[in-house]
Design a protein around this ligand. Structure first.
Ligand code: NAD
Ligand code: IPM
Ligand code: MN
Length: 358
């Protein structure tokens, strides 16, 4: 089986965290004899600097030719002034849509050792294990028309379109129902069906799908309530399924329950298991270059890559176990640090994971 991985470090802390994740990938590659071949590429601001655009053809070709992509993060103040059409973030969005990566899995799991780092009381988050399934190639992120126009009275108007076709809802719905079947059997679909027609249809399609999954208990929740429930009683959720923008917002919120946004990995999948893997956080310009970013979300993204795209569940489990070990040993980057723990740099956290793996 071919196991070609494209590594796209991107911007800000991207290269720092990806360097540690790559070391981990190399070690499990050797240890489990996976035959993974790694290739490097440019995306985001790093690609703008070299090619003048955030997703050069060469990167897209590389991405199409590989079995999985590992991405750090894109964006940063250096490129905030560039035209919207070629912002670093467009590189990421272009990869998602060109590769048809519509299904974004964002698991929020509390490692028990980090209960103190969560912004919620330990009893509210102990044992937390929820999965957000976010639709990733549609909705308001991609809907047309969009833009900024000047009205007849000379005033400017910005506009976007929130649109979902039935087939787009159905395919993300199926993925979410299937995920719920393999987990706790509960699926909560999050929408704004009291206001937005696009999500009235979303809810209808979810209800239709439910008939094919009698073993899954489907519920619906408005997104404003869902945000509140996530910080009130997050353990009520098993799998949540929602559209592109709501999923973006709710997953940052869920991340904090686990101690830090630096802990949350993600998988973005097409129909056939090809995927792109990235931490859910961004390029963190405020800490870039300082060597203090938490690499665990990216390292855990490698584990997801091994499990979902490279058919190497044992190696994936070894990485997840190693993360548990380093947390047991008290290693903490600044974002998850607490009293009496061993504060380490990005690279030292990578060292600790490697040590736990060998
Ligand atoms: P961000 O996620 O980059 O940072 C938010 C906060 O979380 C910051 O205080 C940051 O220091 C902290 N943080 C994030 N990752 C961390 C880690 N691994 N370890 C420790 N702390 C961490 O979000 P932002 O500041 O809103 O965005 C910064 C840039 O990143 C923007 O250009 C944005 O568009 C981009 N972005 C990219 C992605 C991506 O590439 N997938 C995701 C989100 C944001
Ligand atoms: C994420 C990010 C991206 C998104 C941005 C950078 C385009 O916030 O992956 O969560 O909004 O999807
Ligand atoms: Mn986001």
């Amino acid at each position: 089986m071919s196991r070609k991985v494209l590594v796209l470090p991107g911007d800000g802390i991207g290269p720092e965290i990806v360097a540690q994740a790559e070391r981990v990938l190399n070690v499990v590659n050797e240890k489990f004899g996976l035959g993974v071949e790694v290739e490097q590429g440019l995306v985001g601001g790093a690609a703008i600097d070299v090619h003048g655009k955030p997703l050069p053809e060469v990167t897209l070709e590389q991405a199409k030719a590989c079995d999985a992509v590992l991405l750090g993060a894109v964006g940063g103040p250096k490129w905030d002034g560039v035209d919207m059409a070629i912002r670093p973030e467009k590189g990421l969005l272009g990869l998602r849509s060109n590769l048809n990566l519509f299904g974004n899995l964002r698991p929020a799991i509390l490692y028990p050792q980090l209960a103190d780092a969560s912004s919620l009381k330990p009893e509210l988050v102990a044992g937390l294990d929820l999965l957000i399934v976010r639709e990733l190639t549609g909705g308001i992120y991609f809907g047309q028309p969009r833009g900024i126009r000047t009205l007849e009275n000379g005033e400017r108007e910005g506009y976007n379109t929130y649109v979902y076709s039935e087939s787009e809802v159905r395919r993300i719905g199926r993925q979410a129902f299937e995920a719920a079947q393999k987990r706790g059997g509960k699926l909560c679909s999050v929408d704004k069906a009291n206001v937005l027609e696009a999500t009235v249809l979303w809810r209808e399609v979810m209800n239709e799908l439910a008939k094919d999954y009698p073993d899954v208990e489907l519920s619906h929740m408005y997104v404003d309530n869902a945000a509140m429930q996530l910080v009130r009683a997050p353990k009520q959720f098993d799998v949540m399924v929602t559209g592109n923008m709501f999923g973006d917002i709710l997953s940052d919120c869920a991340a904090m329950l686990t101690g830090s946004i630096g802990m949350l990995p993600s998988a973005s999948l097409d129909e056939n298991g090809k995927g792109m893997y990235e931490p859910i956080h961004g390029s963190a310009p405020d800490i870039a270059g300082k060597g203090i970013a938490n690499p665990l979300a990216t390292i855990l993204s490698v584990a997801m890559m091994l499990r979902y795209s490279l058919n190497a569940a044992e190696a994936a489990q070894a990485i997840e176990d190693a993360v548990g070990v380093v947390l047991d040993q008290g290693y903490r980057t600044a974002d998850i640090n607490s009293e009496g723990m061993n504060l380490v740099s990005t690279e030292q956290m990578g060292d600790a994971v490697l040590a736990a793996l060998s």
